[in-house]
Design a protein around this ligand. Structure first.
Ligand code: SF4
Length: 63
């Protein structure tokens, strides 16, 4: 399982950071950064992925 983010697509809305703060951080440039590529809390990451308004973050079930 691995988390990937497309910083070109991210609009910095920040819901991912709220839902899965261990895995995502919105940087000062307004784009998301993945803190944990292999997340401890996969459920929170799945929730964040489903709530992202732009589809910028993806959870790959395989590495
Ligand atoms: S929820 Fe999506 S658009 Fe918003 S900061 Fe996170 S990755 Fe970017």
């Amino acid at each position: 399982m691995r988390v990937v983010a497309d910083r070109e697509v991210c609009v910095g809305a920040g819901s991912c950071e709220l839902l899965a703060p261990d895995a995502f951080k919105v940087d000062d440039d307004g784009a998301v950064r993945v803190l944990q590529e292999q997340p401890d809390d996969a459920a929170a990451v799945r929730d964040a992925v489903s709530q992202c308004p732009t589809g910028a973050i993806t959870l790959l079930e395989r590495d």
